[in-house]
Design a protein around this ligand. Structure first.
Ligand code: NAP
Ligand code: MG
Length: 404
């Protein structure tokens, strides 16, 4: 077979531990034999981040702005233990946080669905994609304990020193108060990322808040989404026969559980935190969740939703056999390659991304899978694979697709 050519490169960000091992095998078995891979490589492994004083993370994010598409391996977010383990100069920040703050994006998470693993919610047939707003609210709040009698107020002082006040509560006794904020600009880019991604993936977009109770705060989210939709996206949605739908958060929960899936659910920061764990668990496995960061300017960064699978890596270092699921990392690559293909009008590359996903799903549906999925599968001919053999089984099927 003649290798598929790429026109423009994509940004490749290598990572840590078990996922770094999988990264190498995926390239060796599933990418290099089929594609003349063109990437700009950034090593975001913790050692190299430390050597470069984490400059490499910033450079990688800047490169995504230049090329439009990136694919990232899971990386360690250092804590005190890691600082010791890797002898770090500093407790470097989360690479995902750094990249997100440079690209100003929204993260969309969607499960990979296979026939033989049934979601806990029987009606769910298609993936539910969660979009989480990643700025403000309770994550940037200010809190205070009230010890006794007194008045709590919100005060806004404008730049001329003029004050605006609202009474929070006239306390007769102890209690708690909380102040939080959000920014129109951040809500606007969240809304645009969601509308763009709905158009991209041709799925309906749902959004829900508690605007009936929170008549200014949550209502602002609702209004901004509606204004942007009406002004910029309505026609395009009509053309594609997709819908933007707003409802109350409690109504949304009821509808989600009774739905068949197949839409994007945009959530405020806290709702997204909670609901993405609920959706991942109900679909079966964190190892099957994909994640893509979409910036309002149209840059894309693909990765697996899970971490570096540290426990498996320590077994790997001891020479023990591991059975780590590479699906989400493979789908990060296929997502990035497909997007690269779409941006470059490279049909061969788009087709390759589709074939890679097809071969991967086929492998699992024929009973070849890693241990985590074997525990969930209702097939009766399951063959549990180790990390490398699972990827080799995918290669066999991918080669078959290309040799036919
Ligand atoms: P993790 O890597 O997601 O793994 C937690 C557990 O989930 C594993 O021990 C394993 O369970 C299971 N699991 C996750 N992915 C799997 C896969 N592909 N195949 C099979 N099983 C899988 O989370 P962690 O161990 O708490 O975190 C490790 C490191 O990852 C941390 O340093 C953290 O900072 C980093 N992290 C990075 C990202 C990112 O880069 N996006 C996200 C989250 C965490 P069993 O042990 O039961 O087999
Ligand atoms: Mg959470």
């Amino acid at each position: 077979m003649k290798k598929i050519n790429m026109i423009n490169p994509l940004v490749e960000m290598d990572g840590d531990e078990m996922t770094r091992i999988l990264w190498g095998i995926i390239k060796e078995e599933l990418l290099n034999p089929f594609i003349e891979l063109k990437t700009e490589y950034y090593d975001l492994g913790l050692e190299h981040r430390n050597e470069t004083n984490d400059k490499v993370t910033t450079l990688a994010a800047e490169a995504i702005k230049k090329y439009g598409v990136g694919v990232k391996c899971a990386t360690i977010t250092p804590n005190a233990e890691r600082v010791k383990e890797y002898n770090l100069k500093e407790m470097w920040k989360s690479p995902n946080g750094t990249i997100r703050s440079i690209l100003d994006g929204t993260v969309f998470r969607a499960p990979i669905i296979v026939d033989s693993i049934k979601p806990y919610v029987r009606t769910w047939e298609k993936p539910i994609t969660i979009a989480r707003h990643a700025y403000g609210d309770v994550y940037k709040d200010v809190e205070m304990k009230v010890e006794g009698k007194g008045k709590a107020e919100i005060v806004f002082t404008d730049e001329n020193g003029k004050e605006k006040r609202e009474l929070i509560h006239d306390f007769k006794d102890g209690g708690v108060i909380l102040g939080m904020h959000n920014l129109n600009k951040s809500i606007e880019s969240f809304a645009r990322s969601c509308f763009n991604f709905a158009i991209d993936t041709k799925q309906d977009l749902w959004f829900a808040t508690k605007d009936t109770i929170s008549k200014k705060y949550d209502h602002t989210f609702k209004d901004i989404f509606q204004e942007i939709f009406d002004a910029e996206y309505k026609e395009k949605f009509k053309e594609l026969n997709i819908e933007y739908f707003y409802t109350l958060i409690d109504d949304a929960i009821a509808r989600v559980v009774k739905s068949q899936g197949g839409y994007i659910w945009a959530c405020k920061n806290y709702d997204g935190d909670v609901m993405s764990d609920m959706v991942a668990t109900a679909f079966g496995s964190l190892a099957m969740m994909t994640s893509v960061l979409v910036s309002p300017d149209g840059y894309y960064e693909y990765e697996a939703a899970h971490g570096t699978v540290q426990r498996h890596y320590y077994n790997y270092l001891k020479g023990k056999d591991t059975s780590t699921n590479s699906m989400a990392t493979i789908f990060a690559w296929s997502g990035a390659l497909r997007k690269r293909g779409e941006m470059d009008n490279n049909n061969e590359l788009i087709e390759f991304a589709n074939n890679l996903e097809r071969a991967s799903l086929q492998t699992i549906n024929e009973g070849y899978m890693t241990k985590d999925l074997a525990l969930l599968s209702d097939l009766d001919n399951v063959k549990v694979m180790n990390s490398k053999d699972f990827i080799k089984e995918i290669r066999i099927r991918l080669e078959k697709i290309y040799n036919n």
